[in-house]
Design a protein around this ligand. Sequence first.
Ligand code: SAH
Ligand code: SF4
Length: 390
Amino acid sequence: MTPNKPETPETPIQEKTNLLGMTLAELEAFFLQLGEKKFRAAQVMKWMHHRCAASFDEMTDLSKKLREKLQTCAEVRPPKVVLEDISSDGTRKWVLEVGDGSHVETVLIPAGGNRRTLCVSSQVGCSLDCSFCSTGKQGFQRNLTPAEIIGQVWVAQKSFGPRKDSANRPVTNVVMMGMGEPLMNYQPVLSAMQIMLEDNGYGISKRRVTVSTSGLVPQLDKLGDEIDVSLAISLHAPNDELRNQLVPINKKYPIHELIAACQRYLKKCGDSREVTIEYTLMAGINDQQEHALELARILKPLPCKINLIPFNPFPHSGYERPSRNQVMRFQNWLHEQGYSAPIRTTRGDDIDAACGQLVGRVQDKTRRSARYAEERIPAALIDSNWPSAG
Ligand code: SAH
Ligand code: SF4
């Protein structure tokens, strides 16, 4: 007779709810569902986002019973910091592990006075394949969750210690200009930005949270209906023929449609606002006088400012950065047309700390940590007018 094997009941492992990425409304619903009072949501939000608490034990104004209850079904799980690097000019850079072996980078850039701008990623990779972008060249891997997006702000804030008062915020500005196309990951990006704005969250002003997009018109219209944040458009070309080559999504949403969407967006903003136009200058491609003049002409109907970004080279890109003189000439042509057009520049040749160019090397996982340890963050000298908001 064969002895009966003891039965091993297949108990599914219950995933705990990560509270970090929940908006106030979602947290309120969560506590109500738990049979608790709604106001617990604001309390827990403040613990997570003001005081950087990652465990319920720290939340001393919750009863012991409630803390125990939360421990059974919930957690506060920020992304894991793989590497933190602080440069001599105060730029801080983090490599974050976001599950399934993926990594994203986040950079905090001091921008004069008490201003510190955090460049936040929205996706691992990007599917839009802009021809000059190293993120685009890596293809798309996955969307980040709200907790992984807001977790980047959490990590940056945590590195300064708990917030003492609202006047002394470690992160004063956020730009969604890291890896990925924010509007291709619409709902999680929206939730994360709501937490950025929310008083119980990071309490950052709507003018100081900027979403940067290559121009997804329907999502832009939706965004304007649902939140009021600043807008940056990655234009990079003054006509459809050239933009189709550089930013392929332009074939779907050509420039005149994009500009009209920007105008609609500005109308929905609660105050008078300008769109920031990002224009990456590539030698011999889009840096000639005819381009500057055409750019100035097409932007006339749109309240905007132009940020010039000298192309950031990467291996096999096929593009080159224009000479400093050419960049200045381009700026001058725009000046003559009435645009101030600040240049987003860097100190030294390497601008790896610039947003949008963060993660190329992170994806190459070979000797990743060792290489990061060997390298120093290049000191990014960001024009005081960049990013636009604030
Ligand atoms: N997907 C979004 C936000 C991330 S990219 C967008 O496209 O707007 C952030 C900025 O960096 C964009 O303006 C993008 O066009 C720019 N960028 C990408 N690759 C670059 C490069 N090699 N040199 C300079 N700027 C670059
Ligand atoms: Fe994606 Fe922006 Fe890079 Fe284009 S520039 S591939 S939209 S991250």
